[in-house]
Design a protein around this ligand. Structure first.
Ligand SMILES: *Cc1c(COP(=O)(O)O)cnc(C)c1O
Length: 355
């Protein structure tokens, strides 16, 4: 048994892995593998309907929104968002809070004028910019709620005179959100919802169809919405495994319960980082992420040996992203408090040895 602190693809509950592997051999006692059934079959129709219903239920998605399961990852959404929402000769506004946020606005620049309202790049994205004005004449305002690489998170939806578009790839389903605050939410599944290969999009229907652009069908949200995410062959298996994970989340008490646990998990780890003289956090205190905990050592020369120790004890995925260095503990929904405590114990053991 490993403790998987990887940033994505990442840990899912072991029950989900069990059931998912069973379905490859024999899906629901049908004598067929989930990998060989038609996406137009009754059996898969039931899967995608339940997956959509669970997303709506867990996130309290109001009427007037479509829930879509697409491919191409969050990166494809960097292009699809402006293609579908940015009118020709129009403008969109973006907040630059990290690498993914900056990739999103750079992609959007191919479709129109982009105003970057604020950036924390000068401080290596250690905080979320807060002093900015969202221009009322832009088509939408895009931000990233959790900056996976830097370990910062924006918990409150900004007040905005224009529709909000949010990349929630690494904190979707980890805490309560008010979907009605948003025009569009997207998330690559592989950080909290399921395996790689499916991307969740929740879009308010009445913001679509206003660009005057002739959008290729495969990139047109309306086409996917009309077809119930079956415009073409959907990622059947990735959707099925997401369903298993959503059922797990629902059964354990839904968003309210997972948020409660996530708060405790994050606090436990940050408390140790702040208490232990060997370690220090890299993100600004008030912007600390509950999903990706970034930290370094006061004495960088010790980092290699601490990393080696974690690997020796079965803690994997703790190496920080190359743009930050140090360590990153990704503590997504399925990671247990036991794994957190194991890491904390190891930090204490290491501090005693190196006192
Ligand atoms: C991982 C990540 C992405 C990229 O996702 P892909 O599905 O690989 O395209 C985008 N945004 C955020 C916030 C991420 O964490």
């Amino acid at each position: 048994m490993k403790h998987n602190f990887g940033a994505g693809p990442c840990i899912l509950p072991s029950e989900v892995f069990q059931e998912a592997s069973q379905a490859i051999i024999d899906f629901n006692n049908s004598g067929l593998s989930i990998l060989e059934i038609s996406h137009r079959s009754k059996a898969f129709e039931a899967v995608i309907e339940e997956t959509e219903a669970l997303v709506k239920d867990l996130l309290s998605v109001p009427d007037g929104y479509s829930v879509l399961f697409l491919q191409g990852g969050a990166s494809q959404q960097f292009a699809m968002v402006p293609m579908n929402l940015l009118p020709q000769n129009g403008k969109a506004a973006y907040l630059d809070s990290g690498t993914w946020a900056s990739k999103a606005y750079k992609e959007a620049q191919k479709f129109g004028a982009i105003e970057v309202v604020a950036s924390s790049k000068d401080a290596n994205y250690t905080y979320i910019p807060k002093e900015y004005t969202i221009p009322a004449d832009a088509a939408y305002f895009h931000y990233t709620s959790n900056n996976t690489i830097y370990g910062t998170e924006l918990f409150e939806a900004p007040q905005s005179p224009i529709p909000l578009v949010c990349d929630m790839s690494s904190d979707i389903l980890s805490r309560k959100i008010n979907v009605a605050d948003y025009g569009l939410i997207y998330a690559g599944a592989q950080k909290n919802m399921g395996p790689a290969g499916v991307t969740l999009v929740i879009v308010k229907n009445d913001i679509l169809g206003k660009t005057g652009r002739d959008i290729p069908s495969i990139f047109d949200y309306r086409k996917h919405a009309e077809a119930g995410s079956m415009y073409n062959t959907p990622p059947v298996y990735a959707i099925y495994v997401s369903l298993l994970n959503l059922r797990w989340l629902k059964a354990k008490g839904g968003i309210e319960e997972i948020e409660r646990e996530n708060i405790i998990k994050a606090r436990t780890l940050y408390d140790e980082i702040d208490r232990n003289p060997l370690f220090k956090g890299t993100a600004k205190l008030e912007d600390r992420s509950r999903m990706n905990v970034t930290f370094v050592m006061e004495n960088a020369e010790l980092e290699k040996s601490f990393l080696a120790l974690t690997e020796e004890r079965g803690l994997v995925g703790l190496k920080g992203h190359r743009s930050v260095g140090g360590f990153r503990a990704s503590i997504y929904n399925a990671l247990t408090i036991t794994s957190i405590n194991t890491l904390v114990d190891l930090m204490q053991e290491f501090a005693e040895k190196n006192a």
